[in-house]
Design a protein around this ligand. Sequence first.
Ligand SMILES: [Fe+2]
Length: 239
Amino acid sequence: MYYIDIHNHMLTGIDDGARNPETTAKMLQIAYDDGIREIICTPHYLPGTYETGKAERELRVSHLLGVTAKFFPGLRIWEGCEYYAAFGNLTEHLRRGGCGTLANSKYMLVEFSPETPGDVMERQLLDIVSSGFWPIVAHAERYTAFENEDYRFHIASFCYLQLNADSINGDYGTRIKRLARKMLSEDIVTFVATDAHGAHHRKPVLSVCAEYLETHFGTEYVEKLLYRNPKCIIDNVRI
Ligand SMILES: [Fe+2]
């Protein structure tokens, strides 16, 4: 089994991820060596700050694919974005060709600021659902609203939750690690991804987390979070 990374900022120079082509190349090498064979590129789409549209993202992914075919056989790369949803106006951003879904599926990777009030998150997520998309809450372990057990179960009842591998590993402190691991044990998590931003810090590595998952939850759980569920995005099949 190989890994699929559904959250990754390795496209060069369009957000706070890879700053230059060398970093992108290093990130590709790290991911490939780690056993990752499919990557969905998800640069931030943050109105007013990061506004690279879908057409440009697709172009960059196709350029990258041209290079990777020679050096990384079997590696597949898909276009996507990470949509900052707290401001609303989804329909307008879609109409302008701005934000979009993952790998041309109905799945949409959505983020908020960590302190966003729970009712604001809920309202925007419901708006995405009512627009016909399937929202995935990016790095769900970061939000203070999710400290409330009832709230996170409620959101998980109509959205998918993604955790960052490094948060599970403990790289972002005890509070975030504890919440991430709690959600794993509650079985409300659908995806674990790298959210990689560079080649030295926040690297595209899933194997360390896979070891933790294997030890505490077993092989089946590793496959589900790092391969089978992500594959459903590529295939545009509802989980
Ligand atoms: Fe991200």
